[in-house]
Design a protein around this ligand. Sequence first.
Ligand code: DUC
Ligand code: ZN
Length: 460
Amino acid sequence: MPLLIQNGTLLLPEGPVKADLRVEGERIAQIGPGLPAEGSQLIDAAGKLVFPGFIDTHTHFEMNQGTQRETADNWTTGTRAALAGGTTCVLDFAEPQRGHSLASALEVWQERAEGRASCHYGFHMTIKDWDPRIRDELRAMTAAGITSYKVYMAYAPMRISDRTALEVVQAVGEEGGIVGCHCENGDLVDAGIAAMHAEGRFGPDAHPSSRPPAVEAEAVGRWLAIGELAGYPVNIVHLSTWQGLEQVRIARKRLQEVYVETCPQYLTLTGDKYRLPGFEGAKYVCAPPLRAQINVDALWEALAAGEIDTVGTDHCSFYFNPTKQLGEADFAAIPGGIPGVEHRVELMYTYGVAAGRITAHQMMKALSEHPARLFGMYPRKGALAVGSDADITILDPNASRVITAAGQVQNVDYTPYEGMESRCGIDTVLLSGAVAARGGRVLLENRGRYVRRGSAQFWR
Ligand code: DUC
Ligand code: ZN
């Protein structure tokens, strides 16, 4: 039976409009005021905001940071939490083992996700090794719908040289894809950790001191130089500092095309968390680390000014007990990463839209349209438009609640957002035309499908 969403404020590509929207099968069939109700199942969206399903550009489900360091959320629990929180599609990072092919990673990730995912999904591919064999695999990756990649400037087992980064950006650019970079200078991080140890600092409060803003800003500047020399647009993942942002501004002044992602944690939390009593600070250990308030303000301003393009979570959940506690004697051994896939939409609405920092339309762009464009899914996803997939999130701006670990769907024993206010509710989530979640409760599981993505669609 067709489904009619009535009287909502629809976040269309051109702006918010009060209208109705009809879904037939898995697609949006009609948009307009006063659509006839006959023969349709009705959803009353009066007073609510109707968004194209939100896309999380950055998750790590079933990721392993070494023995006993498996993430708490797997594909079943992570995508269930995403859906409960209003996210209808996630882009997760597939990672080949060192010396293994990209195809092997794709196969593993497909196997893990297929039949278990409750929201739609695609994969970015991580490049750790670079040789003619991997280079030759890019064509097959494009055919399989993988058009985005990630390289690391930090982490000993992953980081690549600047020369390799240049070659990767060129090769992926020729394929019509985009490369994102984890911008932290790995050598300086190693030096920072060693300096903390030399000072006898082994607790979580040493974590941000070991990788200060300059470590990110230097890497952002270098990454942008690499992008400029390669002659293709590049992406920066999880930007966390105003100094890094300044590097982006310099690059854009020279007319370089660069895209930027930040995360809810860098927009809503600060580095004070690392000074919580006992080992509590470990809950917030992620890389890059949480920063001082000046960065939070700068990132919001940049989002409002259209300088930041996407907001993904970097969801990488580890149990506090026992996993984070593996680093009790040394902050450098705390598995890095925090959960967020379930709370991103509420946080962005509450601390962005309801707080007057960004508009609902800007939120739609950063969480839905831009991810779909940059990662080759637009307008099938990321738009309320006739013919687009009926992945739809209806948000109630009159609801409120307090975020707690006790009330969460994601499979982890804490949330970094414990006790924070949410000034909205995830009312109804449609996945491919079916009501899949309501009021934060998942109604339909395992309906997620792989999204075969096309070329990046650049707009800058
Ligand atoms: N940062 C984290 O904190 N965890 C996973 C990967 C990353 O870049
Ligand atoms: Zn990440």
